[in-house]
Each structure stands twice: as C-alpha cells, then as structure tokens.
Design a protein around this ligand. Structure first.
Ligand code: GAR
Length: 223
C-alpha cells in the first residue's frame, strides 16, 4: 500500500516568474522549492531581455522559459496582455516579479489582482523606483531593507506583505548595501510566497493580514 503524506497530496501552487536580469531571487525561490521550504512549482519564467542570466538558471533546473520582447508589441498594454495570456494558458496562480525592471501594465494587473508579488530593495514607502539602495545611501538613512508587496497600478505602492530591515553603515556604498539587503531578499521572498501558498494572506484595503503572524516575527524586523 502506498501512503501519501499531507505534503504530497497538497496541490502545489503554480508560479509564473518574470525577471529581467541576474535572477538571484529567482534562484532563491528555486532553492526553497528544492529544499522543501516552499510548496510551489514554477510553471514558466518570462523575461523581457534575451540576455537575462535568469534564463541560464531556468535551463539548469529544467524550468520552461520564454523571452517576450517588448519591442515586438505596439504598447505596454498589448505586451502585458500577451504575458497574461501565456500565464493563464499554463494555469499560473501567482505571478512573481523577481527583479523585473518594468512597470507592469493594467492588462496584467487586472486579471491577477492581488496575485502579483514584487520584491523591492528598500523599506517602502521610502525609496521607490530605480536605484533604491543608492537612494538610501545618498539620503543618509541609518536603516534600510527590502519589501515584498502585492503589485497595484502605482510605482511600488501595493499592499506590503513582509519587510526585513538592515543597518546602513558609515562608508557603505550602493554595492555594499545592495549585498546586505539581497541576503534578506532571498529569505523573505520565498517566505511571502509560502504564506500565499498556505492561504494565510488576506488583503484588506491597503493592508495585508497574515494569519498566525507570530510564526514569522523574526523576518519582519532583523539586523
Ligand atoms: C533585486 O535587488 C531586486 O530587489 C531589485 O532588483 C534586484 C534584482 O536582482 N528589484 C527592483 O529594484 C525592482 N524595482 P536579481 O535579478 O538577482 O533577483
């Protein structure tokens, strides 16, 4: 007789990952899945750049990938509507922006409302947009960090799921602060996805309620 444990019979949530470059967050998600810390499967990686290193990572792990070139579409909405079709076709339930450096169009946001997560390398609402780590260093912030949030129509404005804080030291450069923040990104992104997979996230207005909040206390603030 074959005995199936609860983990094996639980349907794994299907992820669609969008990335533009190096893909270290994509790798952290793959690693969390392979280590059994994340009950998810990656149905597709979509990149907007042909040379994104994330594609190499997908190949190494046998994950399907697509390069969809924005230049081949007449405008942003047509581009993102095509991406939405590709995601739907594969039954994707949660869209992950893992270093995807484009403002997402409403033709993707509307069909995947509260089902698109982004990671941003600052404690939002501080330092949205590009070069967030440089913004924090230049501003003289003493603490920065990273934020996983749901995506809405604004620039890095959607409901916040998890944040992790890191110190900013005298003498930090954009690079040294980016490295410190990235370590936390790799922890909190898989955690936020796992919370979603377990059905523990509820969006109420602009706030995200997390069931059994205390379980992840140490990820909300750390140093
Ligand atoms: C990460 O630091 C991520 O937070 C940031 O780009 C980097 C991608 O690295 N994203 C943004 O700035 C989005 N506004 P990765 O390709 O190695 O994951």
């Amino acid at each position: 007789m074959i005995f199936w444990g609860a983990k094996e019979i639980m349907a794994r949530i299907k992820l669609g990952v969008l990335a533009s470059g190096r893909g270290s967050n994509f790798q952290a998600i793959i690693d969390a899945i392979e280590a059994g810390r994340l009950d998810a499967g990656i149905s597709i990686l979509i990149t907007d750049r042909k040379d994104a290193f994330a594609i190499e990572r997908a190949k190494r792990h046998g994950i399907d990938y697509l390069h969809i070139d924005p230049k081949e579409f007449k405008d942003r909405d047509t581009y993102f509507s095509h991406i939405a079709d590709e995601l739907r076709r594969r039954g994707v339930e949660l869209v992950i922006l893992a270093g995807f450096m484009r403002v997402v169009g409403k033709s993707l946001i509307e069909p995947f409302r509260n089902r698109i997560m982004n990671i941003h390398p600052a404690l939002l609402p501080s330092f949205p947009g590009l070069h967030a780590q440089k913004q924090a260093v230049d501003y003289g912030a003493r603490i920065s960090g990273c934020t996983v949030h749901f995506v809405d129509e604004g620039m890095d404005t959607g409901p916040i799921i998890i944040q992790a804080a890191v110190p900013v030291f005298d003498g930090d450069t954009e690079e040294s602060l980016s490295d410190r923040i990235l370590k936390q990104e790799h922890k909190i992104f898989p955690m936020a996805i796992q919370l979603f997979a377990e059905g523990r996230l509820e969006v109420v207005g602009r706030k995200v309620k997390i069931k059994d909040y205390s379980v992840i206390d140490d990820a909300l603030i750390n140093g």
